[in-house]
Design a protein around this ligand. Structure first.
Ligand code: FAD
Length: 437
């Protein structure tokens, strides 16, 4: 009998796993179960709306979805519509590919004030993720602070200071684009607790700040070392050298040459959000770096601002019935294996770091486990039982052909040069699909 596999989550990790399993096992039956009607996880809901080329990787995953033996079950949430235990009973192998969707919490006094958001929520909002459409951050502001020194912080800062013409080429949903276009924002601060050598920005993204048509990148030359120390590990050293060169180019720019500015603040540890009910500023403690760690100096200064976004990382959510590693924010696993017939890939397995393709080896690894764990094929019914169960429960499953109808509609209703006009409410997606039937 064919091995039946349920993959929970249709982000990159889920699709890489599906693809790898088709190559390591004979004629598997693979069902990809996704809580949203729309596939692709953070490619749709995380990757910046002005990075359309990156989003094109979804085309590759579309080919996987259309392979014989693979079926997409969208709009089905594990834990709500079907339980993990049920899937474990029905399928030979169950793979968790649910990502790490929660924000790491900013725990400083005042972090609960209005106008302070986590990056998962803020990015989800501007990417039209149905969970965050109602965030409606107040962008009637002049200054925003983004806490974090990685690409997510850069994405947020860049999207906020882009020109109207630049935003018109994105797939920002109209509510987010209108709010940003109407925003009088002039300054964005990107703050890192450590120095420029420790920043996690990839260099391509950092250099992009030099190409913005309305915003000058700004950095204090005094924060930039002359060179990178020799004792750094090779890869980190190469990145630090490139970033240092780019930051030196920022330092040569005239901050007043453009109407907006993106300030790169290093050695800056947020210690308190200021204001009454709403954020009115942020108090920063100056640090120095010792053995790679930020150490407070006791010297503080304030930055007045009306919006704070904490881009300080993500964490997986605990899954009822499974152990959870609080420190790493993952489900404990041994090279992707959690228990017999239960596996993990992507951010739920490794933690929230790395790019899209970093999940590819997870897929290969889990496919090897499955090939080894089921040498004489499978024994569980899989798909038919799931379909019957969902039918009994009146779940409106969105299959891949339905998603393609949504995809086509999003492209058809976009106004040039916008690449797509996203559906952002699940009800609207279902209504559109029902209208065609
Ligand atoms: C803001 C941001 C920007 C990024 N930009 C880039 C970039 O430009 N380039 C790049 O290479 N990488 C980028 N990344 C990293 C990249 O997105 C991740 O490495 C990758 O998406 C992780 O894949 P994943 O499949 O583990 O998780 P995800 O992409 O999060 O996918 C998890 C999927 O599981 C689904 N799911 C969750 N729970 C359930 C459930 N109970 N039932 C059913 N389905 C469920 C979710 O809806 C989601 O679709 C970015 C990440 C973020 C956060």
């Amino acid at each position: 009998m064919a091995i039946s596999v349920a993959i929970i989550g249709s982000g990159p990790a889920g699709f890489y796993a599906a693809d790898a399993i088709t190559k390591s096992v004979d004629d598997p039956v693979i069902d990809i179960i996704e809580r949203l009607p729309t596939p692709y996880g953070l490619i749709r809901g995380g990757v910046a709306p002005d990075h359309q080329t990156t989003k094109k990787v979804a085309k590759k995953f579309e080919k996987t979805a259309l392979q014989a033996g693979i079926r997409y079950f969208g709009n089905v949430e594990v834990g709500r519509d079907v339980t993990l235990d049920e899937l474990h009973e029905i399928y030979d192998a169950v793979i968790l590919a649910v990502g790490a969707p929660a924000d790491r919490v900013l725990s400083i006094p005042g972090a609960d004030k209005a106008g302070v958001h986590g990056s998962a929520a803020f990015v989800g909002w501007y990417n039209g993720h149905p969970d965050f459409v109602e965030l409606e951050p107040d962008l009637n502001i002049e200054t925003a602070v983004v806490i974090g020194n990685g690409n997510v912080a850069l994405d947020i800062g860049r999207v906020l200071v882009r020109s109207k013409a630049g935003r018109a080429k994105t797939d920002l949903p109209p509510y987010a684009r209108d709010a940003m276009d109407a925003s009088p924002i002039k300054d964005v601060y990107l703050l890192g607790r450590r120095g420029p050598l420790e920043a996690k920005f990839t260099n391509v993204e950092l250099r992009e700040m030099l190409d913005l048509s309305e915003c000058a990148p700004v950095v204090d030359a005094a924060d930039l070392p002359d060179s990178v120390p020799d004792d750094m590990e090779d890869r980190a050293k190469r990145l630090a050298e490139k970033n240092l060169e780019t930051l030196k180019a920022f330092a040569e720019r005239d901050p007043n040459a453009m109407p907006k500015r993106a300030h790169f603040g290093f050695y800056a540890k947020p210690v308190e959000i200021l204001g009454d009910d709403r954020v009115a500023g942020i108090r920063i403690e100056r640090t120095r770096v010792e053995d790679g760690q930020a150490v407070g100096t006791g010297e503080t200064y304030d930055i007045p601002c009306q919006l704070v976004v904490a881009a300080i990382g993500y964490r997986a959510e605990p899954i009822p019935g499974l152990p959870y590693d609080e420190r790493q924010g993952i489900i404990p696993n041994d090279k992707g294996k959690i228990a017999d017939g239960l596996y993990a890939v992507g951010w739920i397995k490794r933690g929230p770091s790395g790019v899209i393709s970093s999940s590819r080896p997870d897929g290969v690894e889990v496919a090897e486990h499955i090939a080894a764990d089921f040498p004489s094929g499978g024994s569980k019914p899989g798909r038919d039982r799931l379909a019957a169960l969902l039918d009994e429960r009146d779940v409106r499953v969105v299959h891949f052909e339905d998603w393609k109808a949504l995809d086509e509609e999003e492209e058809a209703r976009a106004e040039q040069p916008q690449p797509r006009h996203k559906f952002t409410a699940i009800d609207d997606m279902i209504e559109h699909l029902e209208g065609r039937e």
